[in-house]
Design a protein around this ligand. Structure first.
Ligand SMILES: Nc1ncnc2c1ncn2[C@@H]1O[C@H](COP(=O)(O)OP(=O)(O)OP(=O)(O)O)[C@@H](O)[C@H]1O
Length: 595
């Protein structure tokens, strides 16, 4: 299956989800706005009443004044007629505004809830769910729900009230004529049902194709550099073209269904009008009805068809929205999170962090990435981890920070299992500097301080310590320089220095460092080394080292191989052992790096 195919598959939901449960849950988002909903109901009832009133007035005006051959005394009725029209306008305005407000407010709550929920998911969850798909949940799926609130739920009640008012008026005025007008119903229902089936599937297909275009765009634009470097432009353009062609075809099928449905409804409507006039002709001849009544009936009949036609359209909107809500609720029900023990304690690090026979695999029953690893990180010491690519070094950081939980063994901070500690306080112990530094769009200052309280003195000292002072001095707007999305305006080395500044501002107890392997010029490299030197005198450091030259002074070096700790000791000790570490050093030396 193609990637897009997989995307559709994963986004496809049962078209017949448990509707009642879904609707009930959705209604929960409207419940806090019960007062506005009540007002809407009143407005809709009023609107339905105001819709039949003009016909009643027409009937009376014609019967009374056409019969008497003069318009004397008609002024109050005509004024009343205009009054009703103006009131109808005002009610319709208030109804529209309130309806949109209720829908948007519900969406606001849902989007905020979704984002908060996303922030609570585990790292594993994000590894398994592509960004594009999660974006769709919070944006277009929520938008579909808005359609449902705006033109679904509440509007259906409005349509039903209108229908009720019209039918009631018809029967009250002339039951015989009402029955003729209602004779249209079976035909209209059959046409609507056929349309609903045809258009419904085409409409959902359009939505899926549109989601695929979004997902493709998201991926391609984020990876545009790679597309251009690998001369993939033509291929990508073709893929994009294919996706759009699919969307176009699906859209045409939807439009076809609409294009057939509306003329059919017009035809049925005209037929009914003809029947009504035919029937009324006999009645008029017999003097059983008046001209006014006939005209008022014709007026109401055309109003009567509108809500029915709209109910058919709204059905499709409801279907799409239900599918979206199913996906949204599936996300909201996702419980993949790192659990915090009920009586979790705040983390205190005064002595040591210990890995105790730790074993871990990323997937249940999968390959063990860390195997029975034991080791000690004493406060104030420098521990370095080395090993081949994929040996499991970064995984140790993931476990320390509790992005994942160990499967066997335990990790303790001053003797307390990390699973017994408050997650926030555990993570606050660590200052993380990874190879791939994430920079948010915003200023340099925002990126260092993040959401922590602003402290100018501390910031100045941090700039000094992290060797960022020169860079800030060179920039025309200094700390207020916008760094661009993902920090594009900074070099890899500058981003590293920024990560150090961010970490130092946090004042953590332990520095977790995954050394950058990216090409950094020797001047920046030297700066980074100076920062590390300074920091390591104050903090406990746990470094994943790629350049072995940088860890000669480490208090202990852990050598990992396929998840296991195979050697440990100081640089000199390990060199004299002439084992794996000595071999790694020789290899790097041969590669041209000073060992
Ligand atoms: N999220 C993940 N899901 C599944 N497997 C993973 C995940 N992250 C890492 N792995 C696998 O776990 C193993 C160890 O990865 P880890 O990142 O710890 O290695 P490393 O020693 O840090 O490598 P490098 O030096 O290249 O950064 C690798 O084989 C990797 O493919």
């Amino acid at each position: 299956m193609s990637e897009q195919g997989a995307f559709f598959q994963s986004d496809r939901v049962d078209q017949r989800p448990m509707r009642h449960a879904l609707l009930w849950r959705l209604a929960g988002y409207l419940r806090p706005q019960w007062a506005a909903l009540l007002a809407l109901l009143v407005l809709m009832a009023l609107g339905a009443f105001l819709e039949v009133l003009p016909s009643e007035l027409t009937l009376r005006l014609i019967n009374r004044f056409m019969g008497q051959g003069s318009l004397k005394g008609a002024a109050p009725m005509v004024a009343g007629f205009f009054g009703v029209l103006i009131a109808g306008f005002l009610v319709s305005f208030a109804r529209y505004f309130l309806l949109a407000k209720v829908g948007q407010k519900a969406m606001l709550d849902l989007r905020v809830q979704l984002f908060a929920h996303l922030m609570g998911r585990s790292t594993e969850f994000f590894h398994r769910n592509p960004v594009g798909r999660l974006m769709t949940r919070v944006t277009s799926d929520v938008q579909n729900l808005n359609e449902m609130f705006a033109s679904g739920f509440v509007a259906i009640v409005g349509d039903a009230l209108s229908l009720l008012a019209i039918v009631a008026w018809m029967f009250w005025t002339h039951p015989g004529m009402a029955l003729v007008a209602l004779g249209i119903l079976p035909f209209l229902l059959v046409a609507t049902e056929v349309f609903r089936r045809r258009a419904g599937e085409a409409f959902r297909e359009t939505q899926r194709r549109y989601a695929a275009i979004n997902a493709f765009l998201q991926e391609q634009i984020s990876g545009m550099g790679l597309v251009q470097v690998n001369a993939q432009e033509a291929h990508s353009s073709q893929q994009f073209r294919n996706l759009n062609e699919d969307y176009f075809q699906a859209f045409l099928r939807t439009i076809f269904a609409y294009a057939v449905f509306f003329p059919v409804v017009e035809f049925i409507t005209s037929g009914t009008l003809a029947a009504l006039i035919f029937y009324a002709g006999f009645k008029l001849q017999a003097g059983a009805i008046t001209w006014g009544l006939l005209l008022a009936f014709i007026q109401q009949s055309s109003r009567f068809f509108r809500p029915i036609r709209e109910l058919a359209e709204r059905y499709n909107v409801m279907q799409t929205a239900l599918a979206s809500s199913e996906r949204i609720f599936r996300l909201l029900d996702n419980r993949e999170e790192i659990p915090e023990a009920p009586g979790a304690k705040p983390a205190v690090f005064a002595g040591e962090i210990r890995f105790d026979e730790v074993t871990f695999a990323y997937e249940e029953g999968g390959r063990k990435v860390v195997r029975a690893l034991s080791g000690l990180i004493p406060k104030g010491k420098r521990i370095a981890v080395v090993g081949h690519t994929g040996a499991g070094k970064s995984t140790l950081i993931n476990l320390l920070m509790r992005f994942y939980d160990v499967h066997e063994g335990r990790i303790t901070v001053d003797g307390v299992d990390v699973r017994e500690l408050k997650i926030r306080s555990l993570r606050d112990l660590f200052g993380l500097v990874l190879q791939d530094v994430f920079v948010f769009s915003g200023t340099l200052r925002d990126n260092i301080v993040l959401d922590r309280p602003m402290d100018e003195a501390r910031l100045t000292s941090v700039l000094e310590q992290s060797q960022l002072k020169d860079l800030v001095g060179r920039l025309p707007q200094g700390l207020d320089t916008q760094v661009g999305e993902r920090g594009q305006k900074l070099s890899a080395g500058e981003r590293q220095l920024l990560a150090f500044a961010r970490m130092l501002y946090l004042e953590p107890a332990v520095l977790l460092l995954d050394e950058a392997t990216a090409n950094i010029d020797s001047e920046t490299e030297a700066k980074i080394q100076t920062v590390i030197e300074r920091v390591s005198h104050r903090l406990t450091t746990f470094t994943i080292a790629h350049r072995l030259s940088t860890i000669r002074d480490a208090d202990e070096i852990w050598v990992m191989d396929q998840g296991a700790l195979v050697e440990r000791g100081t640089h000199d000790g390990l060199i004299s052992q002439d084992g794996v570490y000595a071999k790694l050093v020789r290899l790097q030396f041969a590669d041209g790096e000073a060992a």
